[in-house]
Design a binder for this molecule. Structure first.
Ligand code: GLA
Length: 398
């Protein structure tokens, strides 16, 4: 992670050198769309795009935030963590501070500069990365450790002032804390995928996440390239579409007498179709099939069958488009163009949907022809310039 931009931003704004810098990566959902909050299975990777925060403590109980992505700075008392309509981006920071406080973490004010290389609204989890980076910068400034019951004795620093890396258990507590920030403060009723991915990523590996047991297993990722194509349509998770999908899924599970859609199989769903309205059925049909696809895709991956793995990605997109209905014409076009390219093994929308980006699995030796081909054809069809980006799989934060 390159910290020079965030260091410069801090120095320019506050006039001195920050005490600490942390970073948290974005993620790509490789397969398993909207399965996480249904206690399902999902595959994801952390990628080499980061939110970084540089910060120093201050003694007057105020937090001052500046971001390279927004002109408006935000300044507030730690005792008054409220929404500021002029700086909605600061909600992710404030929401995380509220949750830290709720768990008994003591902190004072600080100055912080935020810089992100994760495109905002592209479905790569810039929000989860900002939440995780916030929790980590507070840990650097005012050390704490987290248990099931809340804050506990802070870890000791080594003789160079460094804190020990987070253990898996603590990462899980942190992921839940950040998810609560998004649900309670930002108002997106999201699952745990983004925060888990940001913390549990491992270089060159895919995370197989079981959301019922909140467990993460790493498996080597195929030696092919992951290419992201941004549709340019900003997804609007907070606008309610995401929460509505979740509501359809959860009410469908209730109507089927199941704890979650994880417990439902296709014959049961079909046999009980009469208990569901049209949207409940469509969303449940997507989720039940998508969980199955993840099971099969994990198998394809362990068999080193990348073509087969890619087929599940295409099928996933079709299911999101036709049943969950969270795609849009721009995403469909990108998948269609990618699919027609001989180097493309699989392509699908990634993340919440309703805009954002597609993820493409591309044979390494064809990446050089894939990128200009998709860029050119997409510009021809939409009139908009789009630059596909190759992402590297990296370690998670903490
Ligand atoms: C967003 C949410 C995640 C997950 C995905 C869809 O990224 O934050 O919890 O539901 O959408 O799979």
């Amino acid at each position: 992670m390159d910290t020079s931009a965030v260091n410069i931003l801090f120095k320019q704004h506050f006039g001195y050198t920050p005490a600490h810098v942390v970073g948290a990566p974005g993620r790509l959902e490789v397969l398993g769309n909207h399965t996480d909050y249904n206690e399902g299975l999902v595959m994801s990777v952390a990628v080499d795009k980061y939110v970084s925060i540089a910060a120093s403590p201050r003694t007057d109980g105020k937090v001052e935030l500046v971001s390279s992505a927004f002109p408006q700075r935000d300044i507030f008392w730690i005792s008054e963590l409220k929404h500021n309509p002029a700086a909605p981006w600061a909600d992710y920071v404030k929401g995380t501070l509220v949750q830290l406080r709720k768990r008994g973490v003591h902190f004072s004010g600080f100055n912080a500069a935020i810089h992100s290389t994760i495109p905002i609204g592209a479905g790569m989890s810039s929000s989860a990365a900002l939440e995780v980076a916030t929790a980590l910068i507070v840990r650097q400034l005012f050390p704490y450790s987290l248990t099931e019951l809340g804050a506990s004795v802070p870890p000791p620093r080594d003789n160079r002032g460094r804190l020990p890396p987070l253990e898996a258990k603590e990462k899980l507590h942190l992921a839940r804390l950040c998810q609560a920030a998004e649900v309670e403060f930002v108002g997106v009723n999201c699952g745990l995928l983004d925060q888990l991915s940001c913390l549990f990523g491992r270089a060159y590996h895919v995370m197989n996440i079981d959301c019922r047991f909140q467990s993460v297993h790493h498996a080597p990722m195929p030696g092919e390239a992951l290419v992201v194509c941004d549709s340019g349509v900003k997804h609007r998770l907070a606008a309610g579409e995401y929460n509505a999908l979740r509501e359809h899924c959860e009410s469908a599970a209730r109507a089927l007498g199941a704890k979650s859609l994880r417990s439902v199989d296709l014959p049961w769903l079909k046999a009980n179709r009469g208990n569901l309205n049209q949207r409940q059925y469509e969303c449940a049909y997507h989720v039940v099939g998508e969980i199955q696809r993840v099971v099969f895709a994990e198998k394809a991956l362990s068999d080193d069958d990348h073509r087969q793995f890619g087929q599940y990605m295409f099928l996933s997109h079709e299911s999101s488009r036709d049943f969950l209905k969270n795609s849009c014409p721009e995403l469909d076009l990108l998948v269609e163009l990618a699919r027609a390219h001989p180097g493309c093994l699989g392509a699908r929308l990634t993340g919440g949907g309703f805009g954002g980006a597609t993820i493409n699995l591309v044979a390494y030796h064809q990446v050089e022809s894939f990128i200009p081909a998709i860029a050119e054809q997409s510009e021809q069809r939409t009139g908009r310039k789009m630059k596909p980006v190759v992402c590297q799989i990296v370690d998670g934060a903490g």
